[in-house]
Design a protein around this ligand. Structure first.
Ligand code: TRP
Ligand code: ZN
Length: 878
């Protein structure tokens, strides 16, 4: 790996000096020795201002065997080799290069380029992995036609896959065979893929609206075919949905998905050959939870949708990453909303955004949706680029309406199909297709930080008007001291005393228009006066979370209880519950700091009780409203926080809820725990979610009846959702026996063992850290496997706040040791883990000093990767 630490700047973008028209690759595969022959047809780029630049090809960790230019060996003095490039100074405007390099997949531990996993071979090229396979102009604005010939041992690698269509194959001497693939679409190198190995496949079909039949093939290791049906159905649903919602059809004859258990992220959208983390493919009811099934739907759809938003239209440079990621996340969220519950989907997305993206935006790694500078691009596959990017696209859709948004998408593809473009091009297509001005809106792409809305409401009894005064502001972020006002859609409603939505009519309008209104904020302060308001209303603000902002409005506790019960917007009902609980927990944190006893007010408990006794509510929504805000989210709201105290307060309130609502919680649990066989339907998923939230509350009670219920649910469950919910509670009690039973039962299923590791890493029982350390020696654990690292180490450092932030600092030292250890093996994974130190300045002084020391210890390591270097130095600078 390289250790370059030069910052790259967005404004330094220049078109490439050369383009590649064709690439013909031949791989002679071997696990420790693969020979790659690349024939490149290159030409000088007429768009480039530098007409004499040398041809510079990126390359890392490659061994050059030979190089020919226009058919003749290139003399050694005609080219230079550095540890990151091959440079040919004197070259014609058109040239054909033949380059032979060697690579060693078995020695590749960072999982970028060509690597080995379970005896099979896989590639991962985004963002800059292709340069670890062969010398190339490895940037997304160089789009070429690729062919790939793969030669390999027939027994070890019976299946040989690459992008596009398989056009020929044959056998060779020494038990070898070969396959040739041709990709009819031009693509950047980051979308290249190759897979070779012993794989079996599940096949299905999809017939498009125009009557074309697409083959869908899912490749997995033998023994896993029975876990592919959900992923196949997801691909079929996604194909249908994209045709219906956006008129977009698949463009090749075959869509392939391959699953590997060694993968740095969720999945990768390589043209025609998506490669997935097994976590987002393999599932059956006894091994996967409801959340896993939902994750598979979302990720399969996400990668499939990239075929248009990412592959057909791609990014000009990596600063534009949100062009494809924000848009594709928006699309997969919409898909999930349509196949499931829109309200539940929205609440879950907002929870993640608040817990993770708001934290990122408030900390040392804050950056705009379209960053201006980076050291290591791998560090910019962030919550901001993905999730805030999706919110930005969602706001455009809110401003334009569904039809307007679709027209914008059509113009976007008409203008840019087959091209590498920018976020500005996307916004321009949206604006032009609808004849509206989005210039101010574009600041959402360039300005970091979470904006804040301070809203006042005033009722004029005489005039029967209700006036909202909205002030927007945005905190400073690293490198951005002063912020400019944003164009913000603010969806509002007004609710009368009886809980009815009032028709909304702004001053100057002659008739009301609906009961939810999207107000458009542009200036630092805006006022909106609603007329014909018969009585003092309760305002419902930021309905459906119409913008990724923090909101400050002085609702009373009674207002929040009222909104919880009456808001016609399901998201806003949940939000009221969430706001009430957040306010309460922060208040009680301060009560505890003064040494007083922590307690929830009766009104809060009664509001929760009424959710449990009403029979007509959606159980999934009730479950979400009963769940308290996470400690991770609350930590963001309390300066100089003591995480241990925060944990104690959350626990005390949870236990109080369990005690005081015991009859209703128990009744609900028993009613839902009716022994019906498992089905994966939205009704059943919703019921299980409420049942298991109830179980988690019951588990806070020290009663024999509860122990029995937990043991019963654990041993009798016919599905992983219920079994794991019980085991999770048992892991916080004395569930040694069940944990051992679980491990014996599932020792051969890597994904189930990930759950087992995660659950123990999350346990709040004393001694969590030493148990995590011991689990690192478990035969199912491997520091080289990203899923295992995330399950055990990542969960402990990011989710188990009480133990990670232990007063003795051992949690911090453990994290730093692991980051240093991982940095030598897999810098991407090390850098992700290093984010656990990001919020060190939010924590009280004693712990803050210890966290800083560990950051300095990491920064002082020799030969740190650019990935970890960037994260820790930014954390220390800010
Ligand atoms: N583009 C992929 C997606 O969001 C994610 C991705 C980017 C990735 N870089 C990666 C996956 C490196 C694995 C490894 O769909
Ligand atoms: Zn993506």
């Amino acid at each position: 790996m390289t250790h370059h630490r030069q910052a790259i700047h967005r404004l330094d973008y220049a078109p490439p000096a050369f383009l590649v028209d064709r690439v013909d690759l031949t791989f002679d595969l071997g696990e420790t020795f693969t020979r790659v022959t690349s024939r490149l047809v290159v030409e000088r780029n007429k768009q480039s201002s530098d007409t004499t630049a040398p041809l510079t090809l990126d390359g890392e960790e490659l061994e050059l065997e030979s190089i020919k230019l226009d058919g003749a060996p290139l003399p050694r003095d005609r080219y230079q080799i550095t540890d990151s490039a091959l440079i040919i100074p004197d070259i014609e405007d058109e040239a054909i290069l033949e380059i032979v390099t060697r690579i060693n997949p078995a020695a590749n531990t960072c999982l970028m380029g060509l690597y080995q996993s379970g005896g099979n071979l896989f590639t991962q090229c985004e963002a800059e992995g292709f340069r670890r396979i062969t010398y190339y102009i490895d940037r997304p604005d160089v789009m070429a036609r690729f062919t790939t010939t793969i030669i390999a041992d027939k027994t070890k690698y019976p299946v040989l896959l690459s992008n596009g269509n398989r056009i020929s194959e044959g056998t060779m001497d020494r038990n070898r065979h070969w396959v040739k693939w041709v990709d009819p679409f031009r693509k950047p190198s980051y979308l290249f893929a190759l897979v070779a190995g012993k794989l079996v496949s599940l096949c299905g079909q999809h017939t498009t609206g125009r009557g074309k039949t697409v083959n869908i093939e899912i490749f997995v290791e033998a023994g896993n075919l029975d876990k592919c049906h959900h992923a196949l159905a997801a691909a079929q649903k996604a194909m249908r949905w994209d045709e219906e919602r956006f008129g977009l059809e698949y463009d090749l004859d075959t869509y392939m998905i391959v699953a590997t258990s060694d993968f740095n992220m969720g999945a990768m959208e390589n043209k025609g050959l998506n490669i997935f983390n097994t976590k987002f493919v393999l599932a059956k009811p006894d091994t996967a939870t409801d959340a896993d099934f939902e994750g598979i739907d979302a990720v399969v759809a996400h990668e499939y949708f990239h075929n248009w938003t990412g592959n057909r239209v791609t990014c000009r440079d990596w600063f534009q990453l949100s062009l494809k990621e924000g848009l594709t996340v928006y699309r997969d969220q919409e898909f999930s909303s349509d196949i499931g519950s829109r309200a539940v989907q929205r609440i879950q997305n907002v929870r993640t955004l608040r817990e993770m993206q708001f934290a990122e935006d408030a900390g040392p790694q804050a950056h705009p949706v379209r960053p201006d500078t980076y050291i290591e691009i791998n560090n910019f596959y962030t919550m901001t680029v993905y999730e805030k990017g999706a919110e930005v696209v969602r706001m455009i859709a809110t401003l334009l309406g569904r039809e307007g948004f679709r027209k914008g998408m059509e113009l976007y593809f008409n203008r840019h199909d087959g091209k590498a473009v920018t976020c500005d091009d996307f916004v321009a297509a949206m604006a032009d297709a609808n004849g509206i001005d989005l210039e101010q809106f574009k600041r959402w792409y360039s300005q970091a930080g979470t904006p804040k809305l301070n809203i006042d409401g005033a009722y004029d009894e005489q005039a029967k008007t209700f006036t909202l005064t909205v002030r927007q502001s945005c905190p400073a972020t690293p490198g951005q001291e002063n912020k400019q006002p944003l164009h913000i859609p603010l969806a509002v409603g007004l609710i009368d005393r009886r809980g009815q939505d009032l028709p909304l009519q702004l001053a100057g309008e002659c008739a009301p228009t609906g009961t939810t209104r999207v107000l458009e904020l542009r200036r630092p302060v805006e006022t909106f006066t609603f007329t014909q308001v018969p009585c003092l209303p309760v305002p419902s603000l930021l309905r459906d979370f119409s913008a990724p902002v923090r909101l400050d409005y002085a609702w009373s506790d009674e207002d929040l209880v009222f909104l919880m019960a009456h808001d016609s917007d399901a998201f806003a009902r949940w939000e009221a519950a969430n706001a009430y609980a957040t306010r309460l927990l922060i208040g009680q944190y301060h009560v505890a700091a003064e040494g007083a006893t922590v307690a929830a007010p009766v009104d809060f408990l009664e509001a929760l009780r009424s959710l449990l006794v009403q029979e007509d509510l959606d159980p999934a929504l009730v479950a979400l409203m009963l769940e308290l805000p996470s400690e991770r989210m609350l930590l963001e709201e309390i300066p100089d926080v003591d995480p241990a105290r925060l944990h104690q307060v959350c626990l005390a309130i949870k236990q109080q809820i369990a005690r005081e609502l015991r009859p209703e919680i128990l009744r609900t649990y028993l009613a839902l725990n009716n022994g019906e066989p498992y089905r994966y339907t939205s009704t059943d998923v919703a019921r299980r979610s409420l049942k298991n939230v109830c179980l988690a509350y019951l588990a806070e009670l020290d009663e024999a009846m509860v122990s029995e219920a937990l043991l019963n649910q654990y041993s009798r469950a016919d599905n992983m959702t219920d079994r794991l919910a019980a085991l999770k509670a048992l892991a916080n009690r004395n569930g040694e026996e069940q944990l051992a039973d679980f491990a014996t039962r599932w020792k051969d299923d890597a994904l189930v063992m990930d759950k087992w590791f995660a659950l123990q890493a999350q346990s709040r029982r004393p001694g969590a850290l030493s148990r995590v350390q011991k689990l690192m020696e478990h035969p199912a654990f491997s520091i080289r496997n990203p899923n295992k690292v995330r399950a055990l180490i990542g969960t402990f450092c990011h989710q188990n706040l009480a133990h990670f932030h232990a007063e003795d600092g051992y949690g911090y030292a453990f994290a730093a040791d692991r980051i240093i250890e991982l940095d030598r093996l897999n810098p991407q994974i090390a850098a992700r883990l290093a984010a656990c130190f990001n919020r060190w300045k939010q924590v009280e002084p004693k712990r803050r000093a210890m966290m800083r020391e560990e950051l300095e210890r990491i920064a002082g390591e020799e030969n740190l990767s650019s990935d970890t270097y960037e994260i820790v130095t930014k954390a220390l600078q800010a």
